[in-house]
Design a protein around this ligand. Structure first.
Ligand code: HEM
Length: 682
């Protein structure tokens, strides 16, 4: 997981982010200081008497020397190239290790090259490539689709997250789906799958994502006016945390809207820090000692206490509202609270806390990082921009259901994730001995490491142009999206533990990219960050060092149906109708010049969930439309009443086309609203 990058110019472009450096220095300092202290004691106190006194007169010294020599011989014999706690495996290949410490230096010292090293090792040694780490055991690389199908599906029960992952993350994730195994995992998966397929869930995410993207576009607009360079990944991290806080518990974190202030919401900080520390633990076999020596263990306890106080507080409040029959929300918490298993058992407070927190972490960094890499690839491959614009202007705004129609945007996402998967490597532990396809023997307790990053860069899987960013590889001859087997493309994992949020994440990414590139030309801020300086930071996930620095220029195409979108939003948000007009009026006047949409909207249907005061809606619509660039005349009908509005003749430029709408008609029947726009320009 990653810390939130501030919108500050990266002072050290080619090194890890500040936080990483600090943590790394702490880690190295603590590990080496332990070593130095022991060495010093040995050299200072034990060695001089041993070598200065005559051994014959000093039988204890002889015993000590003999014991040391015996120990060295034993270690050399037992751990010739492998780490303590592992057995020699001459049948396996891999980079040379050292007695006792195995390949520790590679793991500790490789930093931002960790994934390249995994790739090189695989390309050099192939299947059966392995390394050993003290107290971490033996890690065997598995990167063929057949081997992956074996461990993630055919022999699924033999490969678990295990104690290693549980120890690292249980303080933060509790018994959530990410670190659960066996029956505990099966139960959580069943509950979560049930919620993720519910239509209430899909409606909820569409509303929240559309709201948040509007906030993001406003911020981009202010950057387009000032011409300032900014870190777009910082905005993505803020936005995805806001989205998840709303979706999970209907809370506003305001991370995005507070983007210019140095204050970061305290709870958001606790969540980030707790997640970041779990991440650090995966890279430091001595994390327990390090945290004890640096006092970090106390910090984690405090962050987790803050998170728990917040989570249990919300759950208690929600239970009370349910008892008082005041609960109307449909966020994840409510959906999970309403869940009953086959014995009619509801979820406990602890289960609810773990579920909610696991989802916040699952969905936040992943989509923020995926959006960042995707923009980087689009900017690096400018030939992608024309087809992207063409598709955006041809299709209406994506919805959860229609996102698949955006074939080119989907292909861009898949291609970007192939080269930069946001969960680049995963580890499982074998419970029993097993033989992998290809004949590699796995012994009980061995760890299996498979890497979507490595697999996405293998010519034997993707062909000779594997390193080229080519979205077309995802589009078939009929212009439809091509799907690949998840065992060949394990970016969202594969088998029974495949990512539950894949459709959700893809929807988010399709909306982010199409709305941003529709409204702005995005350029890399080369004076702040050159293309060749972009690289990933060492992490469990796949953050970009220092974030991605860009400038944006408004595409200045006038909006027609965006105004209608706003009317829908207002109507749908009718419970807030008294509050929203002014806010939305402001939004409209700023967005009007900003948000281009295609001129082809012909009909949209909306379902109003709650009974609204029609008079109010109409007044509001009138207000909105009066501010907008309007057609000559339009009609609004609600139930039995019908209103006709006329305005002066109008027309506007839409990407070089003169666009004229003859008529806009808004109808309402049984609370089903329809807006007809008759476009006469074609
Ligand atoms: C680009 C975005 C995403 C990518 C690439 C991604 C990828 C993955 C991967 C590789 C795993 C397996 C992790 C493991 O076994 O340790 C996973 C699991 C999971 N993901 Fe995602 N994810 C993304 C976004 C999301 C979102 C937005 C959500 C939630 C709304 C989500 C929910 C989950 C859940 C619940 C699991 C656990 C499944 C299980 O263990 O049964 N993911 N994801």
């Amino acid at each position: 997981m990653t810390i939130l990058y501030r919108n500050r110019r990266p002072t050290i472009q080619t090194t890890a982010p500040y936080k990483n450096v600090q943590e790394r220095v702490e880690m190295i300092f603590n590990n080496t200081s332990l070593l130095i202290v022991s060495l010093h004691r040995f050299l200072d106190i034990w060695l001089p008497p041993l070598i200065t006194k005559n051994p014959r007169q000093n039988p204890q010294a002889m015993i000590v020397v003999a014991v040391i020599l015996a120990l060295v011989a034993f270690v050399w014999y037992r751990y010739p190239q492998n780490a303590i706690g592992t057995r020699p495996r001459p049948d396996l290949k891999g980079p040379q290790g050292y007695p006792l410490i195995g390949n520790l230096f590679e793991v500790l010292g490789q930093g931002h090259r960790i994934l390249e090293n995994l790739l090189n090792d695989w390309q050099t040694y192939g299947p059966g490539c392995s390394i050993t780490i003290p107290f971490g055991g033996r890690l065997i690389s598995v990167n063929t689709p057949e081997q992956l199908a074996h461990i993630l599906k055919s022999n699924f029960d033999n490969y678990v997250k295990g104690r290693f992952i549980h120890e690292i993350s249980h303080e933060v994730l509790g018994h959530g789906i990410f670190n659960a195994d066996g029956e505990k995992w099966r139960y959580q998966r069943k509950v979560a799958s049930h919620i993720f397929t519910a239509s209430a869930f899909k409606g909820l995410i569409s509303d929240v994502i559309n709201d948040e993207i509007a906030n993001l576009l406003l911020i981009l607009k202010s950057y387009s006016e000032s011409g300032e360079a900014f870190n777009i990944s910082d905005l993505f991290f803020r936005m995805t945390l806001d989205i998840f806080a709303k979706i999970s518990v209907s809370q506003e974190f305001h991370c995005l809207t507070s983007y210019k202030s140095s204050d970061h919401p305290a709870l958001a900080r606790a969540i980030e820090e707790a997640a970041y520390t779990s991440d650090l633990r995966t890279r430091n076999p001595f994390w327990k000692i390090t945290e004890l020596l640096t006092g970090k263990n106390k910090d984690i306890k405090k962050w987790v206490t803050d998170i728990n106080t917040w989570a249990y507080g919300i759950i208690a409040k929600r239970r009370k509202q349910l008892d008082d029959c005041k609960e109307e929300r449909k966020d994840l918490l409510s959906l999970f609270m309403a869940y009953r298993d086959e014995n009619d058992r509801p979820l406990s407070d602890e289960e609810l806390r773990d579920i909610i927190f696991n989802f916040i972490l699952a969905g936040r960094d992943t989509t923020a990082q995926a959006s960042t890499w995707l923009i980087h690839h689009i900017l690096k491959n400018p030939e992608t921009i024309t087809p992207l614009h063409e598709e955006i202007s041809r299709l209406p705004t994506p919805t959860y259901e229609s996102q698949g129609a955006h074939v080119y945007v989907n292909a861009l996402i898949l291609e970007s994730l192939r080269l930069e998967p946001v969960l680049p490597k995963s580890v499982k532990t074998a419970i029993h001995d097993d033989i992998l396809p290809g004949g590699v023997l796995v012994q009980a307790g061995d760890k299996i490491c498979y890497s979507a990053y490595v697999m996405g860069r293998l010519a034997e899987i993707w062909g000779e142009d594997v390193l080229r960013f080519r979205p077309e590889r995802w589009i078939d001859s009929e212009g439809k999206l091509k799907r690949e087997s998840a065992f060949k493309y394990p970016v969202f994992n594969a088998g029974p533990r495949i990512c539950l949020g894949q459709a959700f994440a893809t929807f988010e990414l399709v909306v982010f990219i199409s709305r941003i590139f529709e409204a702005f030309d995005v350029k890399r801020a080369v004076d702040v960050q050159k293309e060749e300086d972009v690289r990933y930071a060492e992490s469990l996930t796949h953050p970009m060092v220092g974030g991605l620095w860009v400038r944006v220029v408004s595409r200045k195409v006038y909006v027609a149906d965006f105004i209608l979108d706003l009317i829908f939003t207002i109507i749908l948000r009718n419970h807030c109708i008294h509050v929203y007009p002014i806010v939305h009026m402001a939004l409209i006047s700023t967005h009007l010049l900003l948000l281009p949409r295609s001129g082809t909207l012909t009909q949209v249907a909306i379902y109003s969930p709650v009974k609204v005061d029609q008079e109010q809606v109409l007044n509001l619509a009138k207000l909105v439309l009066a501010q907008a660039i309007l057609p000559k005349s339009f009609q609004i009908c609600t139930g039995s009443k019908s209103y006709l509005f006329t305005r002066m003749e109008w027309s506007w430029q839409l990407r070089g086309h003169e666009v004229q709408y003859e008529e806009i008609k808004i109808e309402c029947e049984n609370w089903k609203w329809k807006i007809h726009v008759k476009d006469t320009s074609y």
